[in-house]
Design a protein around this ligand. Structure first.
Ligand SMILES: Nc1nc2c(ncn2[C@@H]2O[C@H](COP(=O)(O)OP(=O)(O)OP(=O)(O)O)[C@@H](O)[C@H]2O)c(=O)[nH]1
Ligand SMILES: [Mg+2]
Length: 307
């Protein structure tokens, strides 16, 4: 469709520790919410593409799970998915969070990135997100602290949530992309099916509504996703938790909590899919699934790949 001589295309990995705003940035640049977002770390568990097609370019963002110190097999799979994305990418956006000083996981992630060698560093941009949360007096010190993580890497301050400086960043990314073909049909925005995205949005709704460690032990499986023509979609999903006590918390007093999770999720799925949704949520126990190879595989993670 486009003139291949002038058309640019390639993969842009969005990486960094959990909760810095990677998925928020990808949604913003796409102009559409395909990636689940929540105020809690480790919202993204699976690498997800966000495909932006324009007359002059196709930019394929790879939203990755936040890099962290894994305590479960699940965490190891998440980290390895993120690192794989870095090797494959044409450009890497290494995101950090301006609202706080660099955290141990930022140092860890920067070290691992540096350890991947010159070629990987040369394609990296240091993106300081959440600039809306600091005062002008804090700016210089904060940017310097993050620049010290990757001293030779160009730094771009942005605020994804209010779309500040994101166009500028996109321009820089575009300049760095190679000339190339159209990889995906222009109407395709992601590589996940609506069914999978719905599962992620339900899990994010649990992260938003629940406290403490419980939500991190949740996996969501969509059991049924039925189109009902003009009247919308009917979705049956199970939230798997690690213990009986967690099941009680997720259901809540007289079912209040699961109702709230359902209300949040329904809104998000409706806005993602553009149609009405009927949501039927169930809660089941699957003990220690985050360390269980079989369960991980059943929930769509591939524990073999981490090796
Ligand atoms: N104030 C402010 N909040 C932001 C900004 N970008 C993201 N956030 C918030 O930061 C939180 C985490 O955002 P996510 O996009 O889920 O972060 P992530 O890096 O994808 O996190 P993981 O998937 O856990 O690795 C959410 O509450 C966002 O609304 C920003 O520019 N400014
Ligand atoms: Mg994310």
């Amino acid at each position: 469709m486009q003139n291949p001589e002038n058309f640019k295309s390639g993969y842009v990995a969005v990486a960094g520790r959990p909760n810095v705003g990677k998925s928020t940035l990808v949604n913003l640049l796409l102009g559409q919410k395909v990636a689940a977002v929540s105020p809690r770390p480790q919202t993204t568990r699976k690498r997800q593409l966000g495909i932006l097609t324009r007359p002059d370019a196709q930019i394929i963002f790879i939203d990755t799970p936040g890099l962290h110190k894994p305590v479960h097999k699940l965490g190891e799979v998440m980290n390895s998915q993120a690192f794989e994305a870095l090797t494959d990418a044409d450009v890497i956006l290494f995101l950090v969070d301006a609202s706080m000083t660099p955290a141990a996981e930022d140092y860890l992630a920067a070290e691992r990135l540096t350890g991947m060698g010159e070629a990987v560093l040369a394609k990296t941009l240091l993106v300081v997100n959440k600039m809306d949360l600091i005062t002008p007096a804090q700016v210089a010190d904060r940017l310097l602290a993050y620049q010290n993580l990757l001293p030779m890497t160009p730094l771009y301050p942005i605020a994804a949530i209010v779309n500040s400086n994101c166009d500028l960043l996109l321009g820089v990314v575009l300049e760095r992309l190679p000339f190339g073909p159209v990889y995906f049909p222009e109407e395709q925005v992601t590589d996940m099916y609506e069914r999978e995205i719905s599962a992620e949005l339900i899990r994010a709704a649990a992260l938003i509504n629940l406290r403490d460690e419980v939500p991190h032990g949740i996996a969501v499986r969509v059991e049924q996703y039925t189109e009902r023509g003009d009247s919308g979609a009917y979705i049956v999903a199970t939230l798997f938790v690690e213990r009986e006590s967690h099941k009680a918390i997720v259901i809540g007093q007289a079912g209040k909590m699961i109702k709230e999770i359902g209300a949040t999720a329904r809104q998000e799925i409706e806005s993602m899919s553009g149609r009405k949704v009927f949501l039927d949520l169930h809660v089941k126990v699957r003990a220690n699934w985050r360390d269980d190879q079989t369960a991980l595989r059943q929930f769509g993670f591939d524990p073999e790949k981490e090796k």
